[in-house]
Design a protein around this ligand. Structure first.
Ligand SMILES: Cc1ncc(COP(=O)(O)O)c(C=O)c1O
Length: 388
């Protein structure tokens, strides 16, 4: 048999999904892969039941149902004051995962470079490989996960840099970029004429006093920003696979074609049901924030009581716990032991860092109180069970 593709030969299993399998194997409370164990809003699921009876059940317009795009445009204007043309500036995709892939394929030629902050969401590595681009990493430095403007400039000004990926709020470090930080990024993007491809799936999961700013709303950034986002986290519907790209008509025109050939379109009945969510008023987002603030407090207070040190998230729903005290050489081995001996699933931090970083594991806390309390209970004697 001839060899399979070289381009994908270096792919490893997603470590995040692997840790879910490990958690299941040992009956661990799974705080690895980030998805909620509570229900989506009832209004959305009720509407889904209705839609099951009446449709639509056939392909929607390839770049997304009209009412869905109109609702997205309205929501974007409401939250960020951005006027978005639903016909020319939005493509509905199968999750933000496809949005990012379609954006990268639309922007990059093989050999182009893409700047990525490290730690980073693991899909970006695969996205660069699939689009033929080469990643250039810029560290976000623990514990505050700040970046150095000069280091960023040296990366951006390299020959062949076409774009920067901005995950804001960030998975895994929970950083919410401040307006001033975004201004630095924006000025460099304009100076060196590069695109900024954002991943804003946690835009509504932000802890006070932090606020999410969409970099596209900064002066001069609208035409060079490609927003990738989704409904997965905001409406607790990660399995529905509804995402979108928002960008200028010139970019969107290309993304529409890439998207059409990749997937044809997102699921028509799910778009129809999810419009209900896009039309929720402010109180929904306030309650969502209050709910996540509660889970954040419950979990981080518990970690504090156990005496573990960890990063305090400004947004998203992850904490990086420092495991250096346990003396493991491999954070992957630590996570496997943690699932087996303690009964809690986590992701090895090294899967998010370009730097040889081995001192973190990542937990997520998008879980019901009972699940989080069970995990904390199991973690309470971690020092006894994980002694080497
Ligand atoms: C930063 C980030 N981007 C994208 C995704 C995937 O989003 P979607 O479900 O919309 O594909 C995740 C999921 O955990 C994520 O953490």
């Amino acid at each position: 048999m001839k060899k399979l593709s070289e381009r994908t030969a270096g792919f490893t299993d997603s470590v995040i999904r692997r840790m879910t399998r490990v958690s299941n194997q040992y009956g661990a409370v799974n705080l690895s892969q980030g998805f909620p164990d509570f229900d989506p809003p009832k209004e959305i699921t009720d509407r889904l039941s209705e839609v099951a009876g009446i449709g639509p059940h056939q392909y929607a317009l390839t770049w997304g149902a009209q009412n869905f795009r109109e609702a997205l445009a309205k929501k974007q204007e409401h939250f960020y004051g951005m006027k978005v043309n639903p016909d020319e500036e939005i493509v509905v995709t199968c999750g933000s995962t496809e949005a990012m892939m379609a954006a990268m394929m639309s922007v990059c030629n093989p050999g182009d470079k893409v700047v990525i902050f490290s730690p980073f969401y693991e899909n970006y590595g695969a996205d660069t490989i699939l689009s033929g681009a080469e990643p250039v990493y810029v560290p976000l430095k623990p514990p505050a996960f700040d970046f150095d403007g000069d280091e960023l400039e040296s990366a951006i000004k390299q020959d062949g840099v076409k774009a920067l990926i901005l995950c804001n709020p960030s998975n895994p470090c929970g950083k919410v970029f401040t307006y001033d930080e975004l201004k630095v990024i924006a000025e460099l993007a304009i100076k060196y004429d590069i695109y900024v491809i954002t991943d804003e799936v946690y835009e509504h999961i932000v802890y006070k006093p932090n606020v999410h700013t969409c970099i596209a709303a900064l002066p001069g950034m609208r035409e060079r920003t490609i927003i990738c986002n989704s409904l997965s986290k905001t409406y607790s519907i990660t399995g529905w696979r509804l995402g979108f790209v928002m960008a200028s008509p010139e970019i969107t025109d290309r993304v529409k074609k890439v998207h059409d050939f990749l997937t044809v379109g997102a699921a028509a009945p799910l778009m129809e049901a999810a419009v209900t969510g896009l039309q929720f008023g402010d109180s929904y987002y306030e309650e969502l924030q209050a709910h996540y603030t509660h889970m954040n407090h419950l979990f981080t207070k518990g970690l504090e009581n156990i005496g573990l040190s960890f990063t305090r998230p400004q947004g998203a729903y992850y904490v990086l716990v420092d495991i250096s005290e346990f003396g493991y050489e491999s954070d992957l081995a630590f996570c496997e032991d943690l699932a087996r001996k303690v009964g809690v699933g986590a992701v090895p931090g090294s899967s998010f860092f370009k730097e040889p970083e081995n001192r973190y594991i990542r937990f997520h806390f998008a879980k019901q109180d009972a699940t989080l309390n069970e995990a904390l209970d199991r973690l309470s004697d971690i020092r006894v069970k994980m002694k080497k």
